[in-house]
Design a protein around this ligand. Sequence first.
Ligand code: T3D
Length: 267
Amino acid sequence: MPHPHAYEHILFTLDNGLAHLSLNRPAQLNAFNSLMQDEVRAALEHVRGDPSVRVLLLTAEGRGFCAGQDLAERTVAPGEQVPDLGASIERFYNPLIRTLTELPLPVVCAVNGVAAGAGANIPLACDLVLASRSASFVQAFCKIGLIPDSGGTWMLPRLVGMARAKAMAMLGERLSAEQALGWGLIYKVVEDTALREEAVALARHLATQPTLGLGLIKQALNASPGNGFEAQLALERDLQRQAGRSEDYREGVNAFMAKRPAVFKGC
Ligand code: T3D
């Protein structure tokens, strides 16, 4: 039985190594208000601290994936002090992106609809991103005088090249799921009605795989853009040394030689 946790603005279950976090403010297209931020932070802390978790699936309820920061929390009456957006980024968005990229396990993201502002960049910090055919990606920040955050200015030029990154960031046009696939932002486009099922199946598969090794693959690939060739070769050596000491490596080799399916424990 999945183990449900009681939250107001997210759904969070743990089931056989799969942690499933679904954003749940559909009427606001899952925009982040402070309570949803607190709940996402708490759920991710649980994921980080629970050694039985072997994969995280991030998705959302309703017709949208996430519309970024809830702008209803950002209206300022004349004479009122403007909120410190740097503090907001430091408190929630940056730690969220760091957590997703540093979790030593695969993070699957199923983008079920429009993804805007921070909501468009959060998937880019995940490892395997599926999007429904009707999903779209909008770097909406420029429309309200802001800059792409949540790692957007780092990820976008690396994924799509500087020319497209600047157009996305300065025009804030909607990018369809097909375009996002063609531009290298996501892994796969799935029919709307099949997205949830396919994402869960992918996550369940990953939950049976050598988690420690997958975490090291993620670490190596995430380090690659910041490393020179020699540094990356040295990192591969060090991480392979670690992988080679895992129980799952021994099991993988034994199972291969015995011509039987491997049974991985994740360590
Ligand atoms: O502030 C900080 O802490 C700094 C960090 C910032 C990070 C950020 O994410 S800044 C960027 C914030 N997000 C946006 O600017 C996106 C705003 N939303 C939109 O541009 C559009 O809603 C969408 C392109 C996402 C979708 O358009 P559409 O036409 O499909 O839907 P809609 O009708 O605009 O929205 C549906 C409802 O969701 C609507 O409410 P209503 O009229 O039905 O009661 C709309 O107000 C609400 N909604 C959508 N986005 C937000 C939102 N409510 C609050 N905050 C939102 N971001």
